[in-house]
Ligand binder design. Structure first.
Ligand code: PEP
Ligand code: MG
Length: 869
């Protein structure tokens, strides 16, 4: 088996084996671009490293050295050779890119001898010693795990000693002294000398990269992005080129189009006389790429030619790293660029009209979960006008954020856990800040460019970020942010406009976004492609209207219990519950009837002629009663029911396991008059709206929590009797449907019988998941978290459907239901209806619609289209 590939042996289709970076380096080599030669140790070698107890097998070591020799022959340089030393970079690269999460080592191969060789060869001793000190520092940090700050202390002390302002002020002699200090530090920390043998350096570095696959931030990043732990990382060993060889050298990162707004123009940054990490690490704030055209006009022309070629070759926006060594351009990486949702939409639509991709590909290019960003608020224009603009930084990731300032990731996390909205303010973010960035509303940094980690990671998360804000002073120790004359302390409010890069004073109201233009275009393509219908879960006209604006084609679930909680009705609801006789109960229900009718009219009107499924009351009645003694006392005074009676009733209704208790159709079986009132309200509302608006409403009445045919038949009889009586009384006739939810495993198992009574099934996968696993919906969060950490669950089964188990029940119910009633309508209204992976599943098993909350409707439209492609 082959564990090591030279760059001329691979291609872009070998990402599983070579990782994204390795596969693309091979591809660029194949198409003749200037790529420094090297080789890739495969992801399989990484997995073997872990399988074999964190050791690299002898056969793999032998292959690495074989490829090293090939690299020496190709470059004409030799590892450890004083005359013409080969220096390499050692970089991670998984199949799915994880920017900045794993480790990199540059300048490997330098030692006390080769550094002199490099100095002589380049006639640039300062450069050679600077490279050596960088190498020791990186190797010490990554391989030996010595705190970076200890190296920084030695470095900064030297600068201070001479009163230098910039790193470049350090002389060769200074650098030599720093190296002596670094080596002493290594000896002290490790009890051994810094390794002088390049082959030892190489093997240690490769293993360190493998190890970094399992560092905390990489693990967290994989969890957040649902990247499996099992894929491992490859390691790329590439001969070094130097961007820090003086004013004719430099390094940069660029995108073929703007990853922020999608504009078609090279977008990026570069630094003269610097090495790669300086750009992405956000330590020096780089210059915009346009200035490269002035510094290196010919190289820039060549670069734009290559950028265009790469974009056409991959037919997608590319994110490229390059280095210029003494006026010669080298490509170090290309990959499909990460982008914000607005950029993703614009690029997809533009590339389709440029003829680069077709509509299907354009639709596939947008991450459904990502368009969430487009649906979220921007600042209220009026309030924004009034707001005081404090300063401007780089618009690193769009959107609006308002919240309280916190100066480190863990403070921000704690504050958010306690209900605050946080803005994370940092000098510069490092990958260790990831958890704090997740928690915060927005991120503000003093340093770092548009391609710094903070910017890249924030864009990926759709989180508002303003970076490289040079005019702010951040004192992380004192927890103070100074902007001009203002000093902000922890907990003070600021606002960020990630689209403009503005930092604003105080809190600013936010408003919903625009949904036209390119977004509307791509959604219309999605609508052409998909076959699943998209409905929404809504129980008031406001949500229903919002959902229609987002493209909902009906209501799949209207939960009627929410209406019972409204202030003027809850006393009647309680009277109904406390009633001693059916008669008393009917009295209370009579009071509720007009309210319910009004609710349903409002919803029908909001939905026009789109179908509406209304579900009969589901939750256990005790939810409508007070629980604590004080609450019971207060209520007894308020409604004039004796305390004892109220307390006794509460006691009676108490359930140990209410989710498995007196709820769903069981309520209607025991108190048919509740179902009667609801059925009457549903039909009367339809009659009136039909008359008043001329809408052809066909009510869909849904009976929840059914497990047996007879149960459904019982409640159905009540509903049919009521509906028919109302229709006759009102002298009208129209169709209506009666169906059920499939949310109890027994219902799925006996769906053929249930379908005899039901005209439609709507899968209530919240309850179905709960009951299939025997995991309480409400109390299992902690267990699920631990199960995910242990790898027992890949996903939370309450968010993404468990296709193996719960999915099997769904599939079975679909088949059994169709056997009995081929025309049966099938949909899903559990939370899974808005989850892209689950939507793919629903499409595959032959459901006709998914129903989800209004803000997930566009996500569902897109996911349904992708499922159909
Ligand atoms: C379900 O159980 O999936 C469902 C939609 O109903 P509810 O969440 O109201 O129980
Ligand atoms: Mg349910």
């Amino acid at each position: 088996k082959k564990f090591v590939y030279s760059f001329n042996e691979g291609s872009k289709d070998m990402k599983d084996l070579l990782g994204g970076k390795g596969a693309n380096l091979a591809e660029m080599t194949k198409i003749g671009l200037p790529v420094p030669f090297g080789f890739t140790v495969t992801t399989e070698a990484c997995n073997r490293y872990y399988d074999e107890g964190k050791k690299i097998g002898d056969d793999i070591v032998a292959s690495i050295f074989e490829k090293l020799e090939e690299l020496e022959n190709t470059t004409g340089k030799k590892f450890g050779d004083v005359e013409n030393p080969l220096l390499v970079s050692v970089r991670s690269g998984a199949k799915i890119s994880m920017p900045g999460m794993m480790d990199t080592i540059l300048n490997l191969g330098l030692n006390d001898q080769t550094v002199e060789g490099l100095a002589a060869l380049t006639e640039n001793p300062r450069f050679a010693y600077d490279s050596y000190r960088r190498f020791i520092q990186m190797f010490g940090d990554v391989v030996m795990e010595i705190a970076k700050t200890k190296f920084d202390a030695i470095f900064d002390a030297k600068k201070e000693e001479h009163g230098y302002e910039f790193d470049v002020d350090l002389t060769t002699e200074d650098l030599k002294e720093i190296i002596v200090g670094y080596k002493a530090l290594v000896k002290e920390e490790m009890g051994r000398d810094f390794p002088q043998e390049p082959k030892d350096q190489l093997m240690e570095a490769i293993m360190a990269v493998f190890r970094s696959w399992n560092n905390d931030r990489a693990i967290l990043y994989r969890q957040l992005n649902e990247i499996p732990d099992s894929i491992g990382t490859a390691v790329n060993v590439q001969s070094m080129v130097f961007g820090n060889m003086g004013e004719t050298s430099g390094t940069g990162v660029a995108f073929t189009r703007s990853p922020v707004n999608g504009e078609k123009a090279i977008f990026g940054e570069f630094l003269v006389n610097a090495q790669g990490e300086d750009v992405v690490a956000g330590i020096r704030t780089p210059q915009p790429i346009a200035e490269m055209a002035q510094a290196f006009p010919e190289v820039y022309t060549e670069f734009t030619r290559i950028a265009e070629l790469l974009e056409k070759h991959y037919t997608d926006m590319q994110d490229m790293e390059f280095t210029v060594e003494r006026n010669k351009l080298f490509m170090l990486q290309t990959r499909n660029g990460k982008r914000t949702a607005p950029a993703a939409v614009k690029i997809a639509v533009d590339m389709q009209s440029e003829g680069l991709i077709d509509k299907e590909t354009a639709v596939m290019r947008i991450e459904p979960a990502q368009i969430d960003q487009l649906l979220h608020p921007m600042f209220d224009a009026e309030e924004l006008k009034e707001a005081e603009k404090l300063t401007k930084g780089l618009p690193a990731s769009p959107g609006a954020a308002t919240g309280q300032i916190y100066f480190n990731a863990s403070d921000a996390e704690t504050a958010v856990a306690n209900g605050a909205k946080a803005i994370l303010v940092r000098l510069e973010t490092s990958p260790e800040d990831l958890a704090g960035m997740v928690a915060a509303e927005g991120i503000l940094t003093a340093r770092g460019g548009m391609t710094s980690h903070a910017a890249v990671v924030a864009r990926g998360m759709g989180k508002c970020c303003v970076s490289g804000c040079a005019e702010i002073k951040v004192d992380e120790e004192a927890k103070e942010l100074t902007i001009g004359e203002y000093v902000f302390k922890e907990g003070d409010y600021i606002s960020l406009d990630g689209t403009a890069g503005d930092v604003l004073k105080g809190q600013i109201k936010t408003v919903p976004p625009e949904l036209s233009g390119d977004f509307a275009e791509i959604m219309s393509w999605a609508d052409e492609i998909r076959t699943l219908k998209i409905r929404t879960n809504a129980d008031n006209p406001r949500d229903a209207k919002q959902a229609v604006e987002f493209g909902a084609e009906g209501i799949g679930l209207c939960r009627t219990e929410h209406m019972f909680f409204e202030e003027e009705r809850i006393p009647a609801v309680r009277r109904m519950i406390l009633a001693d006789s059916e008669e008393e109960r009917r009295e209370a229900l009579k009071f509720l009837l007009p309210y319910q009718k009004g609710d349903f009219k409002g919803i029908y009107e909001a939905m026009g002629d789109r179908p509406v499924t209304i579900r009969l009351l589901d939750p256990p009645l005790h939810e409508f009663l007070p629980h604590t003694d004080e609450e019971i006392k207060a209520l007894s005074e308020q409604i004039g029911v004796p305390y004892e009676k109220l307390a006794k009733k509460t006691q009676e209704l108490h359930e140990f396991n209410p989710m498995l208790g007196h709820r769903g159709c069981r309520l209607a079986v025991t108190y048919p008059e509740i179902a009667e009132m609801q059925a009457e309200a549903i039909i009367m509302a339809a009659i009136e709206v039909r008359k008043e608006q001329g809408l052809d409403i066909i009510p869909e009445i849904m009976i929840p929590l059914v497990g047996m045919r007879k149960e459904l038949a019982d409640v159905k009889a009540t509903v049919v009797k009521t509906v028919e009586a109302v229709l006759e009384r009102e002298g009208v006739k129209f169709d209506y449907l009666i169906g059920t939810m499939i949310e109890i495993p027994r219902a799925a198992l006996t769906a053929d019988e249930i379908a005899e009574e039901a005209e439609f099934f709507s899968f209530g996968t919240n309850d179905l998941t709960q009951m299939t696993f025997g995991f309480s919906r409400d109390d299992t969060g902690k267990i699920i978290k631990e199960y995910r950490e242990k790898g027992i669950f890949d996903d939370d089964p309450f968010q993404s459907i468990d296709q193996v188990g719960v999915g099997k029940l769904v599939k079975m119910a679909v088949e059994l239901g169709k056997q009995t009633r081929p025309s049966i309508k099938l949909g899903i209204c559990g939370e899974h209806g808005g989850d892209p992976k689950s939507i793919e599943f629903c499409n595959a098993v032959g459901l006709q619609y998914v129903s989800c909350s209004p803000f997930r409707v566009p996500i569902a439209r897109l996911a349904a289209a992708q499922a159909a492609i």
